[in-house]
Write a protein that binds this ligand. Structure first.
Ligand SMILES: Cc1cc2nc3c(=O)[nH]c(=O)nc-3n(C[C@H](O)[C@H](O)[C@H](O)COP(=O)(O)O)c2cc1C
Length: 275
């Protein structure tokens, strides 16, 4: 058995690692974007495959990886794991259908609620300087009900861990969860979000912005980006059009100089603060 994940903030990494290691302590767990993922997949026939859903869909890189390596999936037994902040309908089903098309046997689907990772907010018109915590609290009220305080994030991760531990007990008896695999789930994913917002995860994201007044060229974003999308030129970070909206750089930049959907970073999400 191996675990393979694509993870921006670490939510999916946390879940896949916990699940796989609880079943087989010696199993390998690898990032999908790393050099050794393909070789490891080729060598095994049991895969736990995870990603964080985006608009009830897979991140662009994940879908492309599955398609580009279609020969890898034949006869593999796959448990599809989708982490999400609230709802995806068929988050796990999206990859399951594709894997099935390429000859895989789908063992199950698992949906795990984890904290929201989008940490940039739209600045209100006319607003000048604002305390990040205040901005965050305001955005919770006005922008997204998904943003939570630290204590609630801790609780969400604890509940996720409990769900994983229950699922592991079932898997040890050969009972797999079926989250997101039904026709009803597919309708919920499609009509709930994918039809209206899904296009956002169908190509690389070109909206990543660097605030050059704040960026000091420290290269943390360069090292962290799973897509190698960022470089530093003339002392400032520059995106190269390969962003998959994973939000890692936005959450990790020490100067809060990077934004994607918003234009100001509020409280950054770092999973290690909560577990
Ligand atoms: C661009 C984007 C889109 C998202 N769309 C959804 C969504 O449709 N439904 C949902 O419940 N969570 C959504 N989320 C939240 C993430 O799926 C969730 O926080 C996930 O655990 C992130 O996993 P990761 O840190 O491993 O990448 C979205 C997050 C981002 C960054």
């Amino acid at each position: 058995m191996i675990g393979i994940y694509f993870s921006g903030s670490g939510n999916t990494k946390h879940c896949v690692e916990r699940l796989v290691k609880s079943i087989d302590g010696s199993a390998v767990v690898l990032p999908l974007d790393g050099d050794s993922a393909k070789a490891a997949i080729a060598k095994t026939n049991l895969i736990v495959f995870g990603y964080g859903v985006q608009y009830s869909d897979m991140p662009y890189f994940v879908r492309e990886f599955i398609i580009e390596n279609k020969e890898l999936w034949k006869d593999k037994n796959i448990l599809c794991v989708a982490t999400m902040a609230a709802f995806s309908g068929d988050g796990a089903g999206c990859s399951a259908r594709l894997f099935k098309k390429y000859g895989a046997n789908i063992l199950g689907g698992l949906h795990i609620i984890m904290p929201e990772t989008i940490c940039d907010v739209k600045e209100k018109k006319g607003e000048k300087e604002s305390d990040p915590e205040k901005l965050y609290l305001e955005s919770m009220q006005y922008e997204s009900k998904l943003k939570k305080l630290a204590e609630e994030n801790r609780k969400i991760i604890k509940q996720a861990d409990e769900k994983i531990d229950e699922v592991v007990k079932g898997i040890k008896k050969n009972i797999y969860p079926k989250d997101g695999l039904s026709f009803f789930a597919r309708l919920a994913g499609a009509f709930g979000q994918r039809l209206w917002l899904g296009k956002r995860s169908h190509s690389y994201n070109k909206k990543l912005k660097i605030n050059e007044d704040l960026c000091d060229g420290c290269r943390i974003c360069v090292q962290q980006c799973p897509m190698h999308n960022l470089t530093v030129q003339d002392g400032k970070a520059q995106p190269s059009g390969k962003c998959t909206a994973c939000y890692r750089c936005v959450n990790r930049c020490p100067k809060k100089a990077i934004t994607l959907y918003g234009d100001k970073v509020a409280e950054q999400y770092k999973i290690e603060k909560y577990c």
